[in-house]
Design a binder for this molecule. Structure first.
Ligand code: PEP
Ligand code: MN
Length: 298
């Protein structure tokens, strides 16, 4: 055999997923999340916002709720530029126990105020099962962070919550493991799960994580659940966020979640990756121009 033509064995595509008509495929272990059993894409309504085709949803806001001025002013900025949902952490998973840990219930109260003032639904993280009743009483969407993506007892308990769950991909989870995490929530009784690709840990150190945009394509094929992209935590550098947000639209994601701060240099958390007001306005303008090319509405 010609050395140039040596056969290199490629990783095998799992059987029953790609290549066969959907009605002849075996049901994968994530049976409720799978497109085999549920062929139509799921769209989730949260107050005025729709997450799922044909909408390209934009979730924006600060990494953490810091104080009333910061939150209300950032909420006004993202609302005026056209965001659909406000994000903001009140319970923060920080690598160091000495870093700002979030305002907890006071942060939730401020989010409630920001919702009333801006009219935007809110998404915020729940880190622990014991906090679910409290966070659920304020939030419109409950976020599971990357570090808890395989905290199966938390996922099971969120299955009993009556609010949609935004589930982030774990730092080291494969696409199928990610879908199994979603399955825990679905199998426990909550049918409203939004998947979020937020970068995975690889050998590459030039960006905070490695944004796996191919995962969006694979997920859209394997599951009916909405898939969004968080370029902020994926890349960690604000000037790279908008190009990747636009790439998410181009690759077929159902939306983005981006960190925006009224004054990124003063942010208590993740200022380096937060867009300022002008950058976010430009991003929204670009997305509005691009969206029709991809049959989406922004
Ligand atoms: C966040 O979105 O606030 C966050 C902490 O993200 P991740 O869990 O993806 O690191
Ligand atoms: Mn953050």
């Amino acid at each position: 055999m010609n050395a140039n033509c040596a056969v290199i064995s490629e990783p095998q595509t799992p059987p029953g997923i790609v290549g066969l008509p959907i009605d002849r495929q075996e049901l994968p272990p994530y049976r409720l999340a799978s497109r085999v059993a549920h062929q139509d894409s799921t769209a989730i309504r949260v107050r005025e916002a729709l997450i799922g085709d044909p909408k390209f949803v934009v979730i924006a806001g600060p990494c953490s709720v810091e104080d009333e001025h910061q939150l209300l002013s950032t909420a006004g900025i993202v609302k005026d530029s056209g965001a659909n949902i406000l994000r903001g952490g009140a319970f923060k998973p920080r690598s160091s126990p000495y870093s700002f840990q979030g305002l907890e219930e006071e942060g939730l109260r401020l989010l409630d105020k920001a919702r009333k003032v801006s009219g935007l639904p809110i998404v915020t993280e729940v880190m622990d099962s014991s906090d679910i009743p409290l966070v659920e009483s304020y939030a419109d969407i409950l976020q599971v962070g990357t570090r808890n993506s395989q905290n199966f007892s938390l996922l099971k308990n969120l299955g009993k919550a009556r609010k949609p769950v935004l589930l982030k991909r774990g730092l080291m989870t494969t696409v199928d493991e990610f879908l199994m995490s979603a399955e825990y929530i679905l199998a426990s009784g909550n049918s409203e799960v939004i998947l979020c690709e937020r970068g995975i840990r690889t050998f590459e150190t030039s960006t905070r994580n490695t944004l796996d945009l191919s995962a969006v394509l694979v997920l859209k094929e394997r599951t009916h659940l909405p898939v969004i992209v968080d370029p902020s935590h994926a890349v960690g550098i604000s000037r790279y966020v908008s190009p990747l947000a636009k790439a998410a639209l181009a690759v077929g994601a159902d939306g983005i979640m981006v960190e925006v701060h009224c004054d990124p240099e003063k942010a208590l958390c993740d200022g380096d990756q937060s867009l300022g007001p002008e950058d976010f306005r430009h991003l929204m303008n670009d997305l509005r121009i691009m969206a029709p090319l991809f049959n989406r509405e922004v």
